[in-house]
Design a protein around this ligand. Structure first.
Ligand SMILES: NC(=O)c1ccc[n+]([C@@H]2O[C@H](COP(=O)([O-])OP(=O)(O)OC[C@H]3O[C@@H](n4cnc5c(N)ncnc54)[C@H](OP(=O)(O)O)[C@@H]3O)[C@@H](O)[C@H]2O)c1
Length: 316
């Protein structure tokens, strides 16, 4: 039997990388093997991946030498950064640079870099419809990732640029689910107006990435957007009402109000939603649901995701 092609997966114990590792392991005849990268090979999540059949290796995205070792001998590398760990776009760019260098050093045949649009292309810093953050960003966690694209291209790493969508799991882990108002009623508060928000079950991102690695060369140099469904706030609230068995209203708020909510990253998130709202056709157009399903036939709809996960959404 031909030797399996190793995919080295950054963030393997997390959402995007974890989905990819499981997709590889769930397809034992697919010709690929998963190398799960973690900072702690002894953690419960790391041991679980090893038990499932992944090779588990240690590396830190802040340490390029550790990444070079972790990528060595790999056919492919999945590269992702962790903006919300410290909310530093400068660190995020440095980490992406490390991954691009390690991919080059290891001579990987195919890297997938989880990036986003540079929102400043559409809303220059001088455009006051939204505040400039940290002196040089509009949506810091988008713009920094986009800036880092060139680290891969300049080094000639054969790369697919992946555009992801809003995880529906944000309703479980990120406080982005329905909240009970003073009237006791549940409301979903996003500053999206009547525009559509591309969303996805985070597990499906990794499954789509696996589809990209399977297709191989035809995706090198391409930008690929993935989404499970594009839904308005009203449509999401209706699906939530059905799944939770109680009414959820959609509460559209101005982006300025969302930015003022005060939680860490609220300004960045407010700008992000506003970008998605004000550039709806560009943003949804870059994330084709049918194409995502062709990469990942198990792609979930919001209703399907809710059937499995609605009970996990904390309702205060
Ligand atoms: N939330 C959303 O809706 C959404 C949507 C699209 C894109 N994103 C983007 O997704 C990115 C995060 O990806 P994710 O959600 O898959 O991450 P995640 O679930 O938070 O997982 C991160 C994993 O990466 C590992 N990690 C953290 N710091 C590391 C480091 N310094 N070196 C090596 N590994 C490290 C951790 O594993 P160990 O502890 O095992 O090392 C952790 O399990 C963010 O940049 C965000 O902007 C988020």
């Amino acid at each position: 039997m031909a030797e399996k092609k190793i995919i080295a997966v950054v963030g393997a114990t997390g959402a995007q990388g974890g989905g990819l590792v499981r997709a590889i392991l769930n397809d034992p005849t697919g010709g690929f093997a998963a190398r799960a990268i973690t900072r702690d090979v002894h953690s419960e999540k790391a041991r679980e991946l090893a038990k499932m059949g992944a090779e588990v290796v240690a590396a830190d995205v802040n340490d390029v030498e550790s990444l070079k070792r972790a990528f060595k001998g790999a056919y492919g590398a999945f590269c992702v950064t962790f903006f919300w760990a410290d909310m530093s776009p400068e660190n995020e760019k440095a980490q992406a640079t490390n991954m691009a260098r390690a991919a080059k050093d290891a001579g990987v045949r195919h890297a997938v870099w989880s990036t986003f649009e540079d929102t400043r292309k559409y809303i220059p810093l001088a455009d006051n419809r939204m505040p400039t953050l940290m002196g040089k960003y509009k949506v810091a966690h988008f713009d920094a990732k986009s800036e880092a694209n060139r680290e891969f291209t300049d080094l000639g790493v054969p790369t697919t640029f992946l555009l992801t969508s809003f995880y529906w799991e944000n309703m479980i882990y990120f406080g982005a689910g329905p909240q009970r108002g003073p009237d006791g009623k549940l409301a979903l508060t996003y500053p999206m107006g009547d525009k559509k928000l591309p969303g996805i079950a985070s597990e499906d991102i990794g499954r789509c990435v696996y589809g990209i690695f399977k297709k191989g060369d035809e995706f090198v140099g391409k930008t690929v957007g993935v989404a499970g469904e594009h839904l308005t706030g009203k449509q999401m609230a209706a699906a939530l009402s059905k799944a939770l068995g109680q009414e959820v209203r959609y509460n559209d708020v101005p982006a300025d109000v969302y930015r003022s909510f005060g939680f860490p990253g609220a300004e960045d998130m407010g700008n992000m939603f506003q970008f998605k709202r004000d550039f709806e056709s560009l943003y949804t157009g870059a994330r084709n649901v049918d194409a995502s399903r062709s990469l990942n036939p198990r792609l979930q709809t919001f209703e399907g995701w809710l059937a499995r996960n609605a009970s996990r959404i904390p309702l205060k």
